[in-house]
Design a protein around this ligand. Structure first.
Ligand SMILES: NC(=O)C1=CN([C@@H]2O[C@H](COP(=O)(O)OP(=O)(O)OC[C@H]3O[C@@H](n4cnc5c(N)ncnc54)[C@H](OP(=O)(O)O)[C@@H]3O)[C@@H](O)[C@H]2O)C=CC1
Ligand SMILES: O=C([O-])CC(=O)C(=O)O
Length: 267
């Protein structure tokens, strides 16, 4: 049985906990969330057979087998870096945070110090295995298009490009490098950052973001070419009811990754 601590308990976290209830090899003992949201989180988890403890940080001396981050960019600094330093292996979904200059190097240094590893999860996107294998032979180009319902872009610079509430047809709201996408759209930059880290890096990965009033899915398209040949991927992600900015596949990606640590065959 693997003992897990989870950082964050929102749309992804709750979905993961519900699915893990039926896996006898994995047990989430604690979820770490800000003090202010603890009563709400305890209420959300009330329906689970064995709800985890809800805490603001890992108690001194407690050492889970794995720590999984499902919280957001700030949590990398607050929880993942210290856990790595203590030798706790970490799985991370907020991969967009790694676009911040210097953070990859700091995570590497913390993991080396602790003698452990950090695993970046594919989350809402697929094909990361193929892309990073293709990189070994040499990649020429990687283009990513992210299309989401118009309202999913509220609160982003897309609001300055068009009237998202009254959009009548699909509109490109951003075109540029993954680095620029991460700077302008940090909350939507996880997929772009993941593709960049697996492939050609933040400066050479081209990104296009589209607000589409007709769409009710988060559609991720990737076109890559290189010495291996080429691939085109379209992933039509269903948004989570609890957070339409997040695709349901992200929950399944976390459950898969945790299962791969606990089960004898990993795939
Ligand atoms: N790789 C990928 O493809 C994807 C990655 N993501 C990443 O996953 C993150 C979580 O997504 P989702 O579950 O939908 O978001 P939610 O907003 O539904 O939930 C976030 C949870 O994390 C908690 N939290 C926030 N900051 C911290 C912190 N510093 N320390 C501890 N807990 C914290 C929140 O608490 P509170 O309510 O108090 O803020 C809340 O419980 C996103 O922010 C995004 O970065 C999301 C989608 C796809
Ligand atoms: O589709 C999702 O779940 C989230 C997304 O686009 C991103 O963060 O890049």
């Amino acid at each position: 049985m693997l003992h897990i601590a989870m950082i964050g308990c929102g749309a992804i976290g709750v979905g993961v906990l519900e699915l893990l209830e039926s896996d006898p090899h994995l047990c989430v003992d604690a979820v770490i969330v800000p003090e202010a949201s603890q009563p709400l989180v305890r209420q959300r988890l009330g329906g689970l057979r064995n709800p985890p403890r809800v805490l603001s940080e890992l108690p001194a001396g407690v050492r889970p087998d794995l720590l999984v981050e499902c919280a957001g960019h700030r949590a990398i600094e607050e929880h993942v870096l210290p856990a790595l330093t203590q030798g706790i292996p970490c799985l991370v979904v907020s991969v967009g945070a790694l676009s911040e200059p210097g953070l990859v190097e700091r995570l590497e240094a913390a993991a080396e110090f602790g003698g452990t590893r950090i695993e970046l999860l594919p989350g809402a996107i697929g094909g990361i295995d193929a892309l990073s294998a293709a990189k070994v032979g040499g990649l020429e180009s990687v283009r990513y298009t992210g299309r989401k319902p118009a309202r999913a872009w509220l609160g982003t610079p897309g609001e300055q490009v068009c009237d998202l509430e009254h959009l009548e047809e699909a509109r490109v709201i951003f075109e540029g490098s993954a680095r620029e996408a991460a700077r302008l759209y940090p909350k939507n930059a996880n997929v772009a950052a993941t593709l960049s880290l697996a492939g050609l890096g933040l400066d050479r990965t081209q990104v296009r973001l589209i607000a589409d009033p007709e769409s009710c899915e988060n559609v991720h398209q990737v076109e890559a070419s290189g010495a291996f040949g080429g691939f085109e991927l379209t992933l039509r992600g269903k948004p989570l009811a609890a957070n339409p900015k997040t695709s349901a596949l992200t929950v399944f990606s976390v459950v898969r990754a945790l299962g791969n640590h606990a089960h004898v065959i990993s795939i």
